[in-house]
Design a protein around this ligand. Structure first.
Ligand code: CDP
Length: 220
């Protein structure tokens, strides 16, 4: 089977950065599964499909033509029905909507096959919440990233600042905790390390330091 490395964890642990870097380092494909939830959220918002309309959302998920154009640096341009949505899906309201619809079993089921299709030679690095537990239970290596809420809030604030948005730390922490809570307590595919996952705490670490630790797990 084509090798897969899964990298799961809550938001703000540096998952996106580290997993992209790893994919680039290995020359493997990259799956940003959160982007799929965000894409569906954006499409639903635009078409007026409610965040509780489970069947409607699942139908929409099946109908969307999604294309990731992988760049040389493992970044990707994302197109939905031909329209570039790379930046639009990063909006905060889209993330919040994504987190709400991610609790719906039919939505998760509708996205399952789409995610598995990313498993192409020579290999895949898959970033998400349930990559190791549900989507690729037979993964070659499973990593679960953690970091303290304070640290994650600071990172998120920095990221938002870079996008010219200023939000206070308290508000960000509250939002992170609410989202964590929803991700951890949902009935389907709750956020948790797979039984066979290696847990890596990135609190207080630079990206370089975390990446070194990640690499030694991969090369072990
Ligand atoms: O908001 P953040 O950048 O941390 O997350 P994301 O990776 O862009 O994913 C957006 C939302 O989709 C998350 O808040 C999760 O609730 C959900 N998600 C999920 O349920 N399962 C995944 N494999 C990936 C994302």
């Amino acid at each position: 089977a084509v090798p897969v490395i899964t990298i799961d964890g809550p938001s703000g642990v540096g998952k996106g950065t580290l997993s992209r870097k790893l994919a680039q380092h290995l020359g493997w494909h990259f799956l940003d599964s959160g982007a799929l939830y965000r894409i569906l959220a954006l499409a639903a918002q635009r078409r007026g499909v409610a965040d509780q309309d489970e069947a409607g959302l699942a139908r929409l998920a099946d109908a969307l033509a999604i294309r990731f154009e992988e760049g040389s640096d493992a970044s990707a341009e994302i197109f939905v029905d031909g329209e570039r949505v790379t930046n639009a899906i990063r909006a905060d309201e889209v993330g919040a909507f994504a987190s709400r619809i991610a609790v719906l079993p039919q939505v998760r089921a509708a996205l399952l096959e789409r995610q598995r299709r990313f498993r192409q030679p020579p290999g895949l690095v898959a970033d998400g919440r349930d990559m190791g537990t549900v989507v690729f239970p037979d993964a070659t290596l499973k990593i679960f990233l953690t970091a303290s809420v304070e640290e994650r809030a600071r990172r998120r604030q920095k990221q938002l600042r870079e996008h010219g948005v200023s939000v206070n730390l308290h508000e960000i922490s509250r939002d992170i905790e609410a989202r964590d809570n929803r991700d951890r307590t949902r009935a389907v595919a709750p956020l948790k390390p797979a039984a066979d996952a290696k847990v890596l705490d990135t609190s207080g670490q630079s990206v370089e330091k975390s990446f070194d630790e990640l690499r030694s797990l991969v090369e072990a």
